[in-house]
Write a new protein. Structure first.
Length: 218
């Protein structure tokens, strides 16, 4: 069994939501806010919205689409924004550009709706993450598996979802460690392919454990 030179340090994480300076009451203002918002805010309203909704399997999974439907009452725009699949992106810049393009194209065909006032204001937000190392780490696959069994939802979310902002959307903490410390590229690729849209935190964790078990048997 491969042993890592650098152990995987499990952490517990807490998240404080911070309201940014940007806000929007119309679709046109949302478009402008998207241009100036921090990368952390774009990540919050797309990737991190999955965690807040506990990986909903129905409806819209990003905040922009939710707001366009529930507050702007513009279902066509909401449906377009809901087609954004965050699994396709490896940079916040690309994600931001595509969201803005969708809104711009919609407004070009619906000019009268650009300045309709929403029922509720959209506030751009981001999270401040506070982490504390847990009293265990792992140097082997069996150690990772044992740690996964003990992790809280917030800890698993930190390593599997929130880590993507640090790692430029390309991977998660587990896959990164499998690849760089154990040389298990195949396992890393398979872990990256776990569908964060259709899985809950619990089912995503269980699938990761099953992948580790298959690798161990192989």
């Amino acid at each position: 069994m491969n042993t890592a030179s650098q152990p995987f340090q499990f952490v517990t994480a807490s998240y404080l939501t911070c309201v940014e300076n940007q806000k929007a009451d119309t679709a046109a203002e949302l478009l402008d806010g998207l241009e100036h918002a921090r990368d952390e805010a774009i990540f919050f309203h797309t990737f991190q919205s999955l965690g807040r909704y506990h990986f909903i399997t129905e409806g819209f999974s990003n905040d922009f689409a939710q707001w366009a439907l529930a507050s702007l009452n513009q279902p066509v725009l909401a449906e377009r924004l809901a087609t954004i699949d965050i699994r396709d992106y490896v940079s916040i810049a690309e994600l931001r550009a595509d969201i803005r393009r969708m809104i711009l194209e919609y407004l070009e065909g619906h000019e009268a709706k650009a300045n309709l006032t929403a029922f509720e204001t959209f506030y751009f937000c981001r999270t401040v993450e506070v982490t504390v190392p847990l009293p265990w780490d792992a140097k082997t696959l069996s150690g990772i598996r044992a740690g996964l069994e003990r992790l809280s939802h917030s800890s698993f979310y930190h390593h599997f979802i929130a880590s993507r902002l640090r790692l430029q959307l390309r991977t998660n903490d587990f896959s990164h460690w499998f690849r760089t410390e154990l040389g298990l590229d195949r396992l890393a690729d398979r872990a990256d392919q776990i569908d964060i849209y259709t899985k809950t935190l619990d089912t995503a964790r269980q699938e990761l454990i099953q992948l580790i078990d298959r690798e161990t048997i192989a």
